[in-house]
Design a protein around this ligand. Structure first.
Ligand code: GLU
Length: 502
C-alpha cells in the first residue's frame, strides 16, 4: 500500500524566523498538497546553547502570516505529537539503546582530552579529523566495568568501514559517499541529549515523514541519516535537496549581505503575497513566463521535478517588483487596512480614525501604490496628504548643490507678480467650491487658473505647489486638491500667504 505523503519543516528556534525557513516550508507545503498529503511543523530545540526564547512563537507567527499552514505542530497538536523535540527526550535515549542492543551502535568512553589529542595528531599528519573507533572494539567486560565505575559515555553509530552510501536525490540524481570517510557519529551525548542526527531521523520515522525536502546545506548529513535508517531497519524517506538561497554575489544568503529575518520583511511592509510569490520563483519556474501568482496558483501548478538547481539569488530589486505587482492587485480596502499601522507609526494618523478619514487614506493608498514597492515606502511618500503645516525648505551648509537652485526658485516664484496673482486667483476659485472636490473639478479649476493668468504651467503651478505642499516638486496637484478638499486647501494657502507675506 502506498504510504500517505507527509512532509515537514524542522526549524530550530535560534533567532528571528529566517526567509530560508519560509522558502523550504513553501515547497514542502506545495509538494504535500499536490500529493494529497500532510505538511507538518516540528521544532528541533535540542541544542540548548543556541535556543532563543520567543523564537519558536515567531516561527508559528510568520508561517501563519504567510499562509504557509501546517496541519500538525507544537501549537496545533496532532496524532504524532509531541512536536517539540525537548518534549521527546526519553524517546531518543530509548532508540539509541536499541541500536546498541542490535550491535549497530556502541558506548564510547573517550575523554575530551583523548579526542583533542587525536585531532592534533590527525592534523599533524595531514589527515581529516575523525573518530578512530577506539571504543568500538571494547569487550562486554570492559564496558560493564566502565559503566559500573560511572564513567561518562556517548553512544556512537557504527559506520560500515567499507562500501558506499548513496543518496538517491530526486533532483540531483545519485550522490555517492565513501563510507570509510564518514565518522562514527555521536547519537546520544554524555548528558543524555540526542544529537541532531539521531533526533531528526527518529522523529522523521515516528512522524511518518515520507519525503524530506530540505536545503542543500544538509546533504553532508544525509548519508549519516541513511545509515541510521539502515541500522534501525527502517525504510528511508525520499530525500530532495533544494538549492540554497544566495546573496547577489552568489554566496549563501547571510544577514551581513541581505536581510534574512521574516520580521524585517514584515516591518518593511512587504505583503505576504509578495514574499510567497518571490520565494516561489526561487528555483522554480511556473512556465509560460508567468512570474506573478498567488499561493493557491503555485500549489496547483507545483511540480517538484521542475525545480532547477542553479542557485537562486534572493534579489531585493526583484522582490520589490513582485511586491509592487501584488500591491496593485490587492483589494484596495484590504491594502488600506494593512497600511494603517504604517501610517500610525510614521505619526501621520491616529490609531482611531473615522470612516471619512479611512476613505481619504484609501485614496492616498490607491494613488501611491502604483509607485511603491512596500507599504513603508508608500507611507514615506504620503506626508503631503496629511501634514497641513509646513514651511518652505531652507538652504543650509548641508544642502545639496543641485537642490539649492530649486529652493531659491521656490522663494522667487511666490513673490513674483505672476505667482502672487496665480495664488490669489486660485484661492478665490476654491472658495466658491464645495468641500468635496472631484479630481476632474480640481483639474478644471487649475486649468482655468492657468488660462486666465495666460502664462506657462511652470509659472502658475510652481507657486501653487509651493503654497499647497511646501515642496518644489512631487504630488500631483489635481489629486492633492481633490484628496484634501476645500477647507484644508484654503487653510494651507492662508497660512502660507501670511507666513511668506504673499
Ligand atoms: N533542525 C534543522 C534545521 O534547523 C533541520 C534540518 C532538516 O530539515 O533536516 O533546519
Amino acid at each position: 500500500m502506498e504510504r500517505r505523503v507527509r512532509t515537514r519543516i524542522a526549524p530550530s528556534p535560534t533567532g528571528d524566523p529566517h526567509v530560508g525557513t519560509a522558502y523550504i516550508a513553501l515547497f514542502n507545503l506545495a509538494f504535500a498538497y499536490k500529493n494529497g498529503g500532510d505538511f507538518i511543523l516540528r521544532i528541533e530545540d535540542t541544542d540548548q546553547n543556541r535556543y532563543i526564547e520567543g523564537s519558536e512563537q515567531m516561527i508559528f507567527d510568520s508561517l501563519k502570516w504567510l499562509g504557509l499552514d501546517y496541519a500538525e505542530g507544537p501549537d496545533l497538536g496532532g496524532k504524532y505529537g509531541p512536536y517539540r523535540q525537548s518534549e521527546r527526550f526519553d524517546i531518543y535515549g530509548e532508540y539509541a539503546e536499541k541500536l546498541v542492543e542490535k550491535g549497530e551502535a556502541y558506548y564510547c568512553f573517550c575523554t575530551q582530552e583523548r579526542l583533542e589529542k587525536l585531532r592534533d595528531r590527525q592534523k599533524a599528519m595531514g589527515k581529516a579529523p575523525g573518530y578512530d573507533g577506539h571504543c568500538r572494539s571494547l569487550t562486554q567486560e570492559e564496558i560493564k566495568a566502565k559503566l559500573e565505575a560511572g564513567e561518562p559515555y556517548v553512544i556512537r553509530l557504527k559506520m560500515p568501514y567499507e562500501g558506499e552510501t548513496v543518496i538517491k536525490d530526486r533532483l540531483r540524481g545519485d550522490i555517492v559517499f565513501e563510507n570509510n570517510k564518514i565518522d562514527d557519529q555521536v547519537l546520544l551525548k554524555a548528558d543524555g541529549f540526542p544529537t541532531y542526527h539521531l533526533a531528526n531521523v527518529v522523529d522523521d520515522y515516528l512522524m511518518g515523514i515520507t519525503h524530506v525536502i530540505r536545503a542543500e546545506e544538509w546533504i553532508a548529513s544525509t548519508p549519516k541519516h541513511i545509515q541510521l535508517y539502515k541500522a534501525f531497519g527502517w525504510q528511508e524517506p525520499e530525500f530532495i535537496h533544494m538549492p540554497l538561497l544566495r546573496n547577489s554575489d552568489r554566496t549563501k544568503i547571510s544577514k551581513r549581505k541581505n536581510p534574512v529575518s521574516l520580521n524585517w520583511y514584515r516591518e518593511e511592509g512587504y505583503l505576504k503575497e509578495g514574499i510567497v510569490n518571490f520565494l516561489g520563483l526561487m528555483g522554480y519556474s511556473f512556465g509560460e513566463n508567468k512570474e506573478i501568482f498567488t499561493l493557491d496558483e503555485f500549489k496547483e501548478n507545483f511540480d517538484i521535478d521542475k525545480v532547477s538547481l542553479g542557485g537562486p539569488v534572493f534579489d531585493l530589486v526583484k522582490l520589490g517588483w513582485v511586491n509592487n505587482q501584488h500591491m496593485k492587485m490587492k483589494d484596495l480596502k484590504e491594502l488600506t487596512e494593512l497600511a494603517l499601522p504604517f501610517f500610525v507609526k510614521a505619526g501621520l494618523i491616529k490609531e482611531e480614525i473615522s470612516e471619512k478619514e479611512f476613505e481619504t487614506i484609501s485614496r492616498v493608498v490607491e494613488l501611491l501604490r502604483e509607485g511603491s514597492q512596500t507599504l513603508k515606502e508608500l507611507v514615506s511618500q504620503s506626508e503631503v496628504y496629511f501634514k497641513d503645516e509646513y514651511s518652505l525648505p531652507v538652504v543650509t551648509d548641508e544642502t545639496d548643490k543641485k537642490e539649492i537652485k530649486g529652493i531659491e526658485r521656490l522663494y522667487s516664484v511666490i513673490q513674483d507678480e505672476t505667482g502672487k496673482r496665480a495664488i490669489k486667483l486660485f484661492k478665490e476659485k476654491i472658495k466658491e467650491c464645495n468641500e468635496e472636490i472631484s479630481v476632474d473639478e480640481a483639474k478644471a479649476l487649475l486649468q482655468s487658473t492657468l488660462d486666465e493668468i495666460g502664462e506657462g504651467p511652470g509659472k502658475v503651478y510652481m507657486p501653487l505647489r509651493a503654497v499647497l505642499t511646501g515642496l518644489p516638486k512631487g504630488a500631483d496637484l489635481y489629486n492633492l486638491v481633490s484628496i484634501i478638499g476645500r477647507d484644508r486647501v484654503l487653510a494651507r494657502m492662508e497660512r502660507m500667504i501670511e507666513q511668506y507675506n504673499i
